[in-house]
Design a binder for this molecule. Structure first.
Ligand code: FES
Length: 343
C-alpha cells in the first residue's frame, strides 16, 4: 500500500510525495526529485537525518553513534533507513533549496464566489480546478494570493482541506482600507482570474495523540477550520479538542454553524467564543481569551497547543501560560499581521 508523505523544511516549504509499499523513504524522495543530502546510505553517517512529526515508521538500522535512545524517542530518523507504515510527515532542519524541494506551486485560478460572513469577515471561494495537479497542503498552511489588478500579494490560511476539485476557501478580514479588502468590496466578481502560490508555512496539524487546545484570534480561525475539516473527515481523533475563538465585537464572529456542526461530527470537540468588547447584545464570554482557560485542567495532562492570530493575542496567551506555570504542552503558533493599504 502506498502512503502519502510530507517533508517540511526549515524555510517553511513542504514537499509531498507517495512512498511505495516497503520502499525506503530516501529512495522515494529521490524518485520524486527531493534530493535529501546523503552519504553512506547505511545508517552510519547521519547525513540524511530528520525528525518524524506524525505517522508510523520503522528504521532498518541506526548506528549508536548517530542517535541516542532519547533522540529516537523524540522521532529522530534516518531517511536512508526509514520505511513508513502510514501517512507521515517529517521535518528537516535545513532549507528546501538544499535539496531542490518544497517548490510551491503557482496556480491560475478563478474566483468562485465571495460571501460576507460577519461585519468584518468574508470567505473567498477560489476554484483552482484548471490546474492539472491536486493542490496539496497540510491543514493550517497558507497561500499567497495576488490581489487582482495590482502587484500586491497577501497571505491567507486555507479554511478548508485539500480536495480533488481544488476548491479552496480563505477567511479574509475586511479592513477599512486594505488592498484585498478594497478589491473584495469594490471589484470582486465570480469568474475573475486570481493568481495564487501555495503551500506555505509550518503551522499545520501534527499527528493528534494528546488533547488539543486551539486558540484563534479573528480570522486566525481560518487555519482551524481546515484542521477541523480534516479531523471531522477522519471521524475524529480519540482526543478531546477545545477551541477558543476570540474577536473584538460579537458582530465579528463568523462560521458559527460550521463550529456547531463540528460538535456533532467530532466526539469530544467543544468551542468557546470570547468577545473582547462588552455589549448588551452579547451575553457570552468577554475579555481576553486566556481569562477563560482553566489552569488546573491544563496542568492535569500534557496537551498540544495551537495558536493562530495577531501578535498581541499570541503574546497574551504565552504570558498567561508562564504566569500560571502551565508547562506540559507543546506549542505551535502562527502570528499574522493585517496588511493595511500601502503596506
Ligand atoms: S546517508 Fe548516511 S545515515 Fe543515511
Amino acid at each position: 500500500m502506498n502512503h502519502k508523505v510530507a517533508f517540511n523544511f526549515a524555510d517553511g516549504k513542504t514537499s509531498f510525495f507517495e512512498v511505495k509499499a516497503n520502499e525506503l523513504l530516501l529512495d522515494a524522495a529521490l524518485r520524486n526529485g527531493v534530493k535529501i543530502p546523503l552519504d553512506c546510505r547505511e545508517g552510519v553517517c547521519g547525513t540524511c537525518q530528520g525528525r518524524c512529526e506524525s505517522g508510523q515508521y520503522t528504521q532498518d538500522y541506526v548506528d549508536d553513534e548517530v542517535f541516542s535512545d532519547t533522540d529516537l524517542a523524540q522521532g529522530k530518523m534516518l531517511s536512508c533507513q526509514t520505511r513508513v507504515q502510514s501517512a507521515a510527515s517529517f521535518y528537516f532542519d535545513f532549507d528546501s533549496s538544499l535539496c531542490n524541494a518544497g517548490a510551491t506551486q503557482r496556480l491560475q485560478a478563478v474566483i468562485a464566489k465571495v460571501e460576507q460572513v460577519s461585519s468584518s469577515t468574508a470567505i473567498l471561494h477560489v476554484d483552482a480546478s484548471s490546474s492539472e495537479r491536486l493542490l496539496d497542503f497540510l491543514p493550517g498552511q497558507y497561500a499567497r494570493l495576488k490581489v487582482p489588478g495590482t502587484d500586491a500579494w497577501r497571505s491567507y490560511s486555507f479554511a478548508n482541506r485539500p480536495n480533488p476539485g481544488n476548491q479552496l476557501q480563505f477567511l479574509i478580514r475586511l479592513l477599512p482600507d486594505g488592498m484585498m479588502s478594497n478589491f473584495i468590496r469594490e471589484r470582486c466578481e465570480p469568474g475573475q482570474a486570481l493568481e495564487l502560490e501555495a503551500p506555505l508555512g509550518s503551522f499545520y496539524l501534527r499527528q493528534v495523540n494528546k488533547p488539543l487546545v486551539m486558540v484563534a484570534g479573528g480570522t486566525g480561525l481560518s487555519a482551524f477550520l481546515g484542521m477541523l475539516d480534516e479531523i471531522a473527515d477522519r471521524n475524529g481523533c480519540q482526543q478531546p479538542i477545545k477551541l477558543f475563538y476570540g474577536v473584538n465585537q460579537h458582530t465579528d464572529l463568523c462560521e458559527l454553524s460550521r463550529l456547531a456542526d463540528y460538535r456533532t461530527r467530532i466526539e469530544g470537540f467543544e468551542y468557546h467564543l470570547v468577545v473582547s468588547q462588552t455589549s448588551p447584545e452579547w451575553p457570552g464570554k468577554t475579555g481576553r481569551i486566556p481569562e477563560h482557560f482553566d489552569p488546573q485542567a491544563m496542568n492535569a495532562n500534557p496537551f498540544d497547543l495551537y495558536l493562530c492570530g495577531p501578535p498581541p493575542m499570541i503574546e497574551a496567551v504565552k504570558t498567561w501560560l508562564t504566569e500560571q506555570r502551565v508547562d506540559g504542552f507543546h506549542l505551535y503558533y502562527e502570528k499574522f499581521v493585517d496588511s493595511n493599504s500601502g503596506t
